[in-house]
Each structure stands twice: as C-alpha cells, then as structure tokens.
Write a protein that binds this ligand. Structure first.
Ligand code: SF4
Length: 358
C-alpha cells in the first residue's frame, strides 16, 4: 500500500490529488450531454427508471443535448480555466447511460471528445449491465493513449434494495462488469448511495469490504436524496422515505472510508440538487461544506481513509501523511462542472485550510 496517497489535511485520497499526481497539473472534469437515453426508462431493462433518478438534478444546463459536443466542451473548459485555473480536462459523459447506443455513435462521440489538445481523457457514466464487448474493446483501445474511466452505477450491493429501487440489475452484473473491465488500462469508478429505505448501516459498511477487494480506482458516494419528479419524492410525501440525518450520514461515511484502501480515490461525498427541485433532506450544505464535515470528523477521530485495514489500525500513520504540498481547492470541491465552488463560510473550516483557497 503506497504511503503518500492520503493528504494530511483531507485525511483521504481525493480524486483531485489523484489526478494531480498522475497528470502533474490541475485537472477538471467537464460534463457533456451526449444525447443518450437509459434502458431502465425505455423498456429494454425496465420502465420508470430508478426511484431516485431525475437527470436534471446532476446535469448543468449548459450540457443540453442539442448543443454540439464541441461547443459544450469549449464552454466547459473555458469555465474551469477561468474559475479554477485548471490546465487539463477530462470530458465526462454523465447524463443517462453513456454506453447505450451503437458502436458507431460511441466511437464518434468519444473520439470527438478527445480532439481538444487539453483533453487528457474521458469518463463514461453507465450501468453495469450496459457494456457490450465491442464497447469495452473501444474503451481499451482509447485507454492505450488516453485516460479512460468507466463510472459504474452500483448504488447498493444488496439485491433486495436494488430490486426495491427499480434498478433493473443486481450485484452480479456489477461484479461481471468490473471483471470484464479490469486489466485493460481502464480506470473503474463505482457509484454508491447510502440511505435507501430498509438499508442498514452495517449493510452499507459491508459494501466497503467488497469494494476493498475489487480493482476499483475511485468511488463516488452520496446520501439518498429526493428530488421533484421522482418516485422517491412521492414516497417522501407519503412518509415512506425518511431521509438520513446529516450527522448519521457523516458518521457512517467516515466508518466507510476507514475501510477503503488508500489507493482508491474519492471523487464525491455528497449529492446536491438545484434548489428548485430539491425535496429532502434539506441540509442546506454546499459541496465543500460536506467534504469538511467528513474531513473534520476524521480529524476528530484521528483516523483516515483505510485506517481500519490490516496494518493501518489505530490512527493515521506517519507514512500516510507525507503529502504536504500546498493543495488547490480542487481537492475539496467536486471537480465536475457545475459543482459551484463556494468560498468557505462555515466555522468548521480551519484557517490552515482557508489559506489554500484562491
Ligand atoms: S439512475 Fe441511471 S440507470 Fe437509473 S434510471 Fe437514471 S439514468 Fe437510468
């Protein structure tokens, strides 16, 4: 296990740090809308979609599918250059299922995304049951010269929960996808959600133990939250969905991170939605505030990502804290477009980290 992966202030291996180590500059993810749909909506895998899904909750308006992808990329790059000083970019196909089309369309979109000389790679959000062999072959070919990440939505490892949320696939499809992607030079990111009705804290923590054994490169975690227009919002209105309390989420996420190997980069710790469609929970936190909630809890515990794994027990290891170089705020914000970096406003942010803001 490498000893320089855990940032001393952050107590985790953040994806911003991972990209900086790998590409030696500040890297941002730029969201684009490739005009995909989802097989869990059009009847091929299911109808109605996952109970929490409203794609408007996580896609900036500038990535509307009727805008040419080149324009979306140019606008996204300009935004990140200006606002964050980013130098290189990963083009992120986020909305819906971004492998759900013909190979010709995938070839065209992925290669067009890589034309810009400052684009170092692509990240493809998809379902684990929507990765044809020829798609993996294409991604493997692209990964020989560029950064390629496949973001697999698992959400829960519990098949009963996956069934209840109308996911349309089970754990076995996820494990198969990981196995088929592994060893091909393609990064694997896994998406998880905590707080499903009927989910237990212990069940969620078991997921950490599973992830720790898999060739997963990065993780996105967020709380289950209801947004307008979803089945979950209706469940909330009927009292069938009780959102997590903020403290419960932070505590469990810290317990989770302590079980995750330090070489797995953490991309996300919070899910937010535009105010206009937000239903519950109403924590009122910005993305960086949630990161600091988690970081400060890890500091309070004197723990860090992976500290519960064999050989790192007890507290943060001296050899896991050597990464002391000044870090940009990209470590603390979501590096995805539209995340909206907000200067520190909450009292729990210490002076020592404030000075690293621009
Ligand atoms: S969350 Fe993903 S898989 Fe589920 S309905 Fe939405 S786009 Fe489809």
């Amino acid at each position: 296990m490498s000893g320089n992966l855990i940032h001393n202030d952050l107590r985790i291996n953040s994806y911003g740090s991972y990209l900086r180590r790998r590409f030696h500059c500040r890297v941002s993810k730029v969201n684009v809308d490739g005009g995909f749909t989802c097989p869990n909506r059009d009847g091929v895998k299911g109808t109605g979609g996952c109970i929490f899904c409203n794609n408007n909750s996580f896609s900036p308006e500038s990535t509307q599918q009727n805008i040419p992808i080149e324009t979306q990329i140019a606008e996204g790059i300009a935004y990140h250059r200006l606002r964050f000083g980013s130098v290189k970019f990963v083009i992120y196909f986020q909305k819906h299922t971004n492998t759900y089309s013909s190979l010709d369309k995938l070839q065209s979109l992925y290669r067009r995304a890589l034309v810009n000389p400052d684009t170092i790679g692509i990240s493809i959000g998809t379902r684990p049951d929507c990765l044809a062999d020829d798609t993996i072959d294409l991604l493997e070919e692209l990964a020989r010269t560029r950064y390629v990440c496949v973001e697999l939505g698992l959400q829960s490892m519990d098949d009963a929960i996956l069934s209840r949320i109308n996911r349309g696939h089970g754990l076995s499809e996820y494990l198969s996808a990981v196995e088929r992607l592994a060893g091909k030079g393609i990064d694997i990111c896994t998406h998880l959600i905590y707080g499903f009705p009927g989910e237990t804290r212990e069940g969620f923590l078991e997921t950490a133990d599973l992830i720790a054994k898999l060739p997963v490169n990065s993780l996105k975690i967020h709380q289950l939250h209801a947004v307008k227009g979803t089945t979950l919002a209706g469940m909330y209105a009927r009292g069938e969905f009780l959102p997590l309390a903020h403290a419960e989420y932070v505590t469990t996420v810290c317990d989770f991170l302590e079980r995750i190997p330090p070489d797995i980069a953490i991309q996300r710790l919070y899910g937010s939605a535009p105010l206009a469609i937000r239903v519950a929970p109403a924590w009122g936190l910005k993305n960086n505030q949630m990161w600091y909630s988690v970081i400060n809890e890890l500091k309070r515990r004197k723990s860090c990502q992976g500290c519960r794994l064999p050989g790192i027990t007890g507290s943060i290891r001296p050899d896991l804290t050597i990464n002391r170089s000044p870090h940009p705020p990209s470590d603390l914000q979501s590096i995805e477009s539209g995340s909206g970096y907000v200067p520190p406003q909450i009292s729990c942010i210490k002076k020592s980290t404030e000075r690293n803001w621009p």
